[in-house]
Design a protein. Structure first.
Length: 136
């Protein structure tokens, strides 16, 4: 909470400079440490009356000021922070509906060995799956 730097925090706790980054990564994945950090951040945010909306509004104001000053680099940095807060950099996921026939084909593929899959590819793909299934 001092500087939001896990490696520096590990050093302050007495860990070796050689291992401080790795220790910080490991410790920051622990649920009890994550919960404590979130609790402290919430206390700070409440004390300062800072909400997500306040931060987003401030960033939008900063982007507008950068626009008025003709500073595209500052605008990009501001929009980048807004995008992070809104989760726009999260990987895009798509849901694909698979037919019952395709599910059967997938199940057959998952049961095949690597050698069988290579042979299937050499025989020509989908038709080879059906041929392999009939032979099995």
């Amino acid at each position: 909470m001092v500087d939001l730097n896990g490696a520096a925090a590990a050093l302050r706790c007495g860990y070796s400079p050689k291992t401080s980054r790795a220790i910080a990564c490991e410790l920051l994945t622990k649920p009890d440490i994550q919960a404590e950090l979130q609790a402290r951040q919430s206390v700070d945010a409440a004390r300062l009356s800072i909400t997500r909306e306040v931060v987003l509004n401030g960033l939008q104001e900063a982007v507008e000021q950068a626009r008025e000053q003709g500073n595209p680099a500052a605008m990009i940095r501001g929009w980048s922070e807004v995008a992070k807060m809104l989760g726009l950099y999260a990987p895009e996921t798509k849901r694909v509906e698979v037919s019952t026939a395709a599910q059967g084909t997938m199940a057959r593929l998952e049961l095949m060995t690597d050698a069988e899959l290579v042979a299937l590819i050499e025989r020509g793909g989908a038709q080879g799956i059906n041929d392999h299934h009939r032979m099995a």
